[in-house]
Write a protein that binds this ligand. Structure first.
Ligand SMILES: [Zn+2]
Length: 332
């Protein structure tokens, strides 16, 4: 099939530091893409104009290449209003909170636009194109600064409150555990978010100065998930201990989610997801150790496939789904 015979949609992933865009085809393949840095402190008018300009440029590029996008999907962190037309709150996009910037974007474009939470987009993208295809009950988790997740049931995004399936990162796994930034205590996020992995890596590097963790910290002046991953691949036992300890708590989180959603599969993504097989093994171990056997023994824990493109690919998938729904409705 020729590129111009395929269905294309534009996916837009708005974050606190950049806006990423890609033209994505009906199989999930990425065509032309763009990325613009974003200063989240700037006024809403400025950020809105930047987003509109980037979308228009990409859609003009597409049309010049003979590709006609059917719509735009735009996703972002935070909570939206009931009509998904207003961003109610996103901590890392302060000037956009409560404004009508989504309405301005919609009115500025000549394509239909659908807005959604980035966690929903990542989950739907995996369901449609990634490691979650045809999975009836699917949870897709992104572990980064926080722990976010989307839930797909029977091919549909589960929307319980503010269009999300719940705050899965803030399920309490350790009622006497550390305080979480959300105000609760012992959330899975307080035990296994990216910053916790990094903090534990620092502690292990202090305790084991001859470890690769300590050497990489000395060489690069930092100890992030990237250095942790490198030490892990080089067989460092200190790095393995960090991943084992934090991953175990993620397993406890999956155990809790399992008695609520009974997933067939849980996909692990986000920056920390790149730690790969040792992380998945630790999660499975925690799950088997603490979970209710009936609810957890069939749950498959696997790596998410879309990686850093989860936002744009998922957003484009949502735009395609919207178009399909609309054409099915007009056909009846
Ligand atoms: Zn919390």
């Amino acid at each position: 099939m020729q590129d111009r015979d395929r269905v294309w949609a534009i996916g837009v992933d708005l974050g606190g530091q950049s806006v990423k865009l890609a033209l994505v085809d009906e199989t999930g393949r990425i065509g032309p893409r763009r990325q613009a840095p974003l200063d989240a402190g700037q006024a809403v008018e400025h950020i809105t104009a930047l987003i509109v300009q980037e979308i228009n440029t990409l859609s003009e590029d597409a049309r010049r290449a003979g590709l006609e996008p059917v719509g735009v999907g735009m996703v972002m962190p935070g909570y939206m209003d009931a009509a998904r037309s207003k961003l109610v709150f996103a901590a890392n996009l302060p000037t956009l909170n409560g404004t009508d910037f989504l309405g301005v974007i919609r009115r500025s474009l000549d394509l239909p636009v659908v807005f959604d939470a980035d966690s929903n987009a990542a989950a739907y993208g995996e369901y449609r194109f990634g490691a979650g295809q045809d999975v009836d009950r699917l949870i897709v988790v992104a572990i980064g600064t926080g722990i976010g997740a989307g839930v797909i049931l029977g091919g549909r995004i589960l929307r319980i409150w503010n269009h999300i399936a719940g705050s899965l990162g803030h399920v309490i796994v350790d009622a006497n555990g550390p305080a979480c930034r959300c105000g609760a205590r012992g959330c899975v996020e307080a035990h296994a978010s990216g910053p916790v992995f990094e903090r534990r890596a620092g502690e292990l590097a202090d305790a084991e100065p001859s470890s690769r963790l300590a050497a990489l910290r000395a060489a690069s002046g930092r100890l992030t998930g990237v250095e942790l991953g490198q030490a892990l691949r080089e067989g460092d036992t200190a790095a393995a201990k960090v991943v084992q300890a934090c991953g175990w708590w993620l397993g406890a989180g999956v155990a809790s989610w399992s008695v609520i959603y009974h997933p067939d599969k849980v996909l692990i993504g986000g920056g920390i997801g790149a730690l790969g097989a040792p992380l998945l093994a630790a999660i499975r171990e925690g799950l088997a150790e603490v979970g209710q056997p009936k609810a957890t023994q069939h749950v498959a824990i696997e790596a998410a496939l879309l990686g850093a493109d989860a936002g744009v690919v998922g957003a484009a998938a949502l735009a395609m789904a919207e178009t399909e729904t609309n054409s099915a409705m007009s056909a009846t």
